[in-house]
Design a protein around this ligand. Sequence first.
Ligand code: M6R
Length: 365
Amino acid sequence: EKGNHRHFMEKEIYEQPEVVSHTLAHYVDFTAGKVRNIAPDLNFSAIDSIKIAACGTAFYAGQIGKYWLERYARLPVEIDVASEFRYREMPLPGNQAALFVSQSGETADTLASLRYCKEHGLKIGAIVNVRESTIAREADVVFPTLAGPEIGVASTKAFTCQLATFAALAIAAGRARGTLIADEEANMVRALSEAPRIASSVLNTIQPQLENLSRELSRYRNVLYLGRGTNYTLAMEGALKLKEISYIHAEGYAAGELKHGPIALIDENMPVIVIAPYDRHYEKTMSNMQEVAARGGRIIFVTDENGAAAATLDTMATITLPNVDELMMPLIFTLPIQLIAYHTAVFMGTDVDQPRNLAKSVTVE
Ligand code: M6R
């Protein structure tokens, strides 16, 4: 039940510290400072690459997983939305594995993609939330997310649990492939162990700011989200959340793509949500923000303490999160992004848990 919350979505957003912690505990031995031996059957050291397919928010989790697997395990990853993946008739050499990501485990296109890879003899891993689902049954190796039942149509806690699972997988793969040494693994594990506590303090403090901002946002018809690296993925995830529950048109772009087209849209009626912690992309994203400001665009800046201190531009709002380890950033930065969509939808008066035209589980093409 919803408890003190107005909607399941709100309840599920606030459950994230707890369910992410459960999911991490399943994969990580915090005392030993190591990820458990979670994927012996996927044999990360013997494969040359991985294919990932998923839909919607699960696809965005897969995209962040790709960045992590490539960066930490030097494992090339090709990812596609499942509705394209299943029909591309791609060659599938045997030295690969395939991973499918799905909250429900019943999404038709994701299941068809899994079957395509299975027919071609690939080893199949599945990150799923529903243990008894078809995708879980048909996979060779199941990586459960321990999010508990997700009722809100907009996926929130399943997403962060998928991220936690991918972080563990990337570390396991890095260890198997010899690209992470024990010290690096211990540091990454320590960072992950702090994520639930930091998530909970963020959730307990940012709400008032986000409510004011969301009241403002609900007056606009279009919103653009920008980011680089894993925050590019969060930009797209944020735009998906906002459009599906508030019906405001939103798009997420790689900040570097701004001048290749979307900058033409910028004026005072197009708020731009820029997700930019103080990481190796910060300076580049700052100059994109300047381009937006110079054209009268209104900026909502989602950053960390270091990023806020280094910023020089006027913004419509600045949401400041704590400075956190890079591996943990997507887990933390997705929280204000979810809450902005949630509160904006509440101000618009939409049916947050059951938005029009959408179903929780898409079992037909
Ligand atoms: O059950 P699945 O994870 O396979 O579902 C995939 C998408 O349908 C789902 O993430 C959808 O995009 C959500 N409504 C996003 O909030």
